[in-house]
Design a binder for this molecule. Sequence first.
Ligand code: KG4
Ligand code: ZN
Length: 337
Amino acid sequence: MLILGIETSCDETGLALYDSEQGLLAHCLHSQIDLHQEHGGVVPELASRDHVRRITPLFNEVLSAANRQRADISAIAYTAGPGLIGALLVGASFARSLAFALDIPALPIHHMEAHLLAPMLEEQAPTFPFVALLVSGGHTQLVRVDGIGEYELMGESVDDAAGEAFDKTAKMLGLDYPGGPALAKLAVDGNPDRFRFPRPMTNRPGCDFSFSGLKTHSLTTFRKTDGNDQDKRDVARAFEDAVVDTLLIKCRRALDATQLKQLVIAGGVSANHSLRQRFADYSQQSSVEVYFPRNEFCTDNGAMIAYAGFRRFELNPNASNGTDVRPRWPLSELSVA
Ligand code: KG4
Ligand code: ZN
């Protein structure tokens, strides 16, 4: 079967075609970075309008890249939440209209479920059960994953998500949106020994996170410096090291508690080079295997939605839905079918 995946939850329009026999055939992405950059962050109304503009051309593009016709599509998977309501509605309306016209099912997909399944698109794929660290712009969660729809939340951020903290700290250092990658670039040439930031909540039991204090810590540290370029690099480095270290400490805790030996890391922040390096080193020194999506599938994309759609369709071909999108949608509310 051939699944079309559609992602429009935030500032990326992503479409992909996944074949149950051949795997991922093609994926296309339009990023709205240029559109939102002058506003310093995502403007929801502009995001929705841009999804409307891009979705049909991208649909045609992904079909021709995969050398397939509309009539070849067997089901359509779309992000139904969590995300920006207007942006979600564009993908949902497009998916549901097309599915109606082609007389095929439309499957609503949970964006974070798709993120956590993304490493399964790789050759080196994890197998259930595993621990997943989800680190995106809106979520930081540690989840025990026993199968599709079998998710036990072990911990989450009590305030800012990791990506959000990256973005806010970057803004404070005067960097352009999207801040995460820009801050990471600065941190490469930062001195790791100049500042040492706290590792929040690591002295308390459990797997919850808190990142808003690190953002404030970055600001107060930066204000005490001259504010030159090297100061920015050093603060960025201290911030990034603290986030990555904290994530690692909590992941080890979750792995210890579950006795599981596989760790999946997904979501936008999993594209962070320093994080990938740190966890790869940890994997080498321990008996834990760490799995990442390829870089372009860490951030939002259509491929993960198509893949999640395929896995959901396998479980329940009749999961075609009502009309709602869910801007807020806890992962823990998902079930097997
Ligand atoms: O998963 P994603 O594309 O969208 C959401 O579902 O939120 O994640 C976006 C987040 C943003 O906060 C962005 O700054 C962060 O991921 N991000 C990074 C990097 N690439 C993206 N953060 C740190 N280092 C990166 N290289
Ligand atoms: Zn995402």
